[in-house]
Design a protein around this ligand. Structure first.
Ligand SMILES: Cc1cc2nc3c(=O)[nH]c(=O)nc-3n(C[C@H](O)[C@H](O)[C@H](O)COP(=O)(O)OP(=O)(O)OC[C@H]3O[C@@H](n4cnc5c(N)ncnc54)[C@H](O)[C@@H]3O)c2cc1C
Length: 396
C-alpha cells in the first residue's frame, strides 16, 4: 500500500535535509525526513561555517545553541611545513556595514546536525524516520513517489515534492540515474579529530599549513578542546596504509602530537562534481547530492546550507500559491551558477595554494600572504569573497 503525505518528503537527515525540513515545517507544511542510517553518524566531516551561514543560523534561532558548544573563529594563520608563520589576519578588518557577524562558527558536523534535528523535532508534525533508505523514484504532474527500504520491508511514500538531500551517495540521484559530472582528485584527504593543545605551539584558531606533500588544515572545532587535523596523503596508498601513517604525519605538525591517539580518523576521496540540473520535475536536489567540492576553505556545507534555505523559501512560496512553479527552476539555476562560478573555482584555488609545487608560484603565494597580513583592505576583500556564495534571491 502507498502512504500519501500531503506535503514534502526529504531524503537525507544531514544538515542540508534537516534545515530544509525545519523551515518547511515551521511554515506549517507537512514534512517527513527519511534517512538510511539509524542515527546521525559521528564522522569527521565539516567543521567550519562561514559568516553568511552564521547569520542565517541566528535568524533561524539556532545560533544561541550552536555558540554554547562551538567556537566563534576570528583569525586565520598560514604556516610553512617547518612552522614558519607565512601570514595571518583577523576579522577585525571587516566593517560594521559588511556584516553583523564578523566571525565563522567552528563545530563538528554531527553536533551541528544534532542541534538542527532538536529544533526540527520541536515543530508539531515534523517527523524523521531512520533506517529508511530511498531506492526508487517515480513521478507525474501531481505527485512524486519514493520507494523506500525499511526494517519492515519495502514501501512507497507519495508526496507533492521530494527533496534529494541525501549526500554524496544520494539514493534519489541514483534512482533518477542523474550523473555527477566532474573530477575526483588523486590524493587522500585524511580527516582526524584529536585532543591536543595546538595553541601551545603558536597555532591560532584556524591554521593552514602549505606544502605540496603534506599540507594541512588545523582548526579548533569545539569548546572542549577538540581539534580537526586534516592533511594530504599519497593517493596511491590503501585506506589502511593511510590510517597507519597518522602518527608519522602528526609528527610533522607539532611536537608531541604523534603521541596522541586521535578520536576519529577518516581518509576521504574528494571531488569537484555537479549535476546538470538541480530540479527534475517534482524532485529538487540540494547539498552534496547536487554538488561535491574539496573541503579546503569550508565551502561545501556552507554552500549546501545556502541551497537549502533558499530552496525552502521558494518551495514554501509555491506551496502557499504565492509563486508559480517556475521559481523553482530559477532557484535551481541560481544555486548551480553559484556552485560553478563561485564555490568550485574558490575551492580549487584553495587546493592549489595549499599544494603548489612550482617555486615561482609558491613565492607569489607567500608574497600575497605577506600583503594580506599588512593590508587590511586586501584582507577585508578576501573575507568578503565568501558572501558571493549567498547568490541572488530568486523571490526578490
Ligand atoms: C573531511 C571533510 C571536511 C569538510 N569540511 C567542511 C567544512 O569545514 N565546511 C563545509 O562547509 N563543508 C565541509 N565539508 C563538506 C561537508 O561535509 C558536506 O558538504 C556535507 O556533509 C553535505 O551535507 P548534506 O546534508 O548535503 O549531506 P550529508 O551530510 O552527506 O547527509 C546525507 C544524509 O543522507 C543519508 N542518506 C544517504 N543515502 C540515503 C538514501 N538512499 N535514502 C535516505 N537517506 C540517505 C545519509 O545517511 C546522511 O544522513 C567537509 C567534507 C569532508 C569530507
Amino acid at each position: 500500500m502507498t502512504e500519501v503525505i500531503d506535503g514534502v518528503v526529504v531524503s537525507g537527515a544531514g544538515p542540508v535535509g534537516l534545515v530544509t525540513a525545519m523551515k518547511l515545517a515551521r511554515a506549517g507544511i507537512r514534512v517527513v525526513v527519511v534517512d538510511s542510517e539509524p542515527f546521525i553518524r559521528n564522522e569527521p566531516r565539516a567543521a567550519v561555517y562561514h559568516s553568511p551561514v552564521v547569520e542565517r543560523f541566528d535568524r533561524l534561532g539556532l545560533l544561541e545553541d550552536l555558540r554554547q558548544i562551538g567556537v566563534l573563529k576570528q583569525a586565520y594563520h598560514y604556516w610553512s611545513i617547518d612552522h614558519t608563520l607565512l601570514g595571518h589576519f583577523t576579522f577585525d578588518v571587516l566593517r560594521p556595514e559588511d556584516t553583523a557577524y564578523p566571525f565563522n562558527l567552528h563545530l563538528g558536523q554531527p553536533a551541528l546536525a544534532e542541534v538542527i534535528l532538536r529544533h526540527l523535532l520541536r515543530v508539531p508534525g515534523a517527523e524523521v524516520r531512520w533506517n529508511t533508505r530511498v531506492v526508487g523514484v517515480t513521478q507525474n504532474d501531481e505527485s512524486v513517489t519514493a520507494t523506500v527500504e525499511t526494517a519492515e520491508g519495502p514501501k512507497q511514500i507519495r508526496a507533492r515534492w521530494l527533496i534529494g538531500a541525501d549526500g554524496a551517495h544520494s539514493g534519489v540521484r541514483r534512482a533518477l540515474n542523474l550523473k555527477l559530472e566532474g573530477v575526483t582528485w588523486p590524493e587522500w584527504f585524511v580527516a582526524t579529530n584529536v585532543r591536543f593543545d595546538f595553541t601551545k605551539h603558536g597555532y591560532g584558531q584556524s591554521n593552514a599549513v602549505l606544502d605540496p606533500e603534506h599540507w594541512a588544515i588545523i582548526p579548533i572545532i569545539d569548546q572542549t578542546g577538540l581539534w580537526r587535523c586534516t592533511y594530504r596523503e599519497d593517493g596511491h596508498l590503501s585506506e589502511d596504509e593511510a590510517r597507519r601513517l597518522v602518527p608519522e604525519r602528526y609528527a610533522l605538525f607539532a611536537p608531541g602530537l604523534a603521541d596522541c591517539t586521535p578520536e576519529a580518523v577518516s581518509p576521504y576521496r574528494v571531488h569537484d562534481r555537479c549535476l546538470e540540473t538541480f530540479r527534475i520535475g517534482r524532485v529538487l536536489m540540494a547539498g552534496d547530492a547536487a554538488h561535491l567540492i574539496n573541503p579546503i576553505g569550508g565551502l561545501g556545507l556552507t554552500g549546501g546550507l545556502l541551497d537549502a534555505l533558499s530552496l525552502a523559501d521558494a518551495l514554501i512560496a509555491v506551496i502557499e500559491g504565492r509563486r508559480r512553479e517556475h521559481v523553482l527552476d530559477a532557484w535551481a539555476q541560481e544555486r548551480r551558477r553559484v556552485f560553478l562560478e563561485v564555490t568550485a573555482p574558490t575551492a580549487k584555488e584553495n587546493r592549489r595554494r595549499l599544494s603548489e609545487r612550482d617555486p615561482a608560484r609558491r613565492q607569489a603565494d607567500a608574497e600575497r600572504l605577506r600583503r594580506l597580513t599588512n593590508d587590511p583592505e586586501l584582507a577585508r576583500q578576501a573575507l568578503l569573497g565568501v558572501f558571493q556564495l549567498v547568490g541572488r534571491d530568486v523571490l526578490a
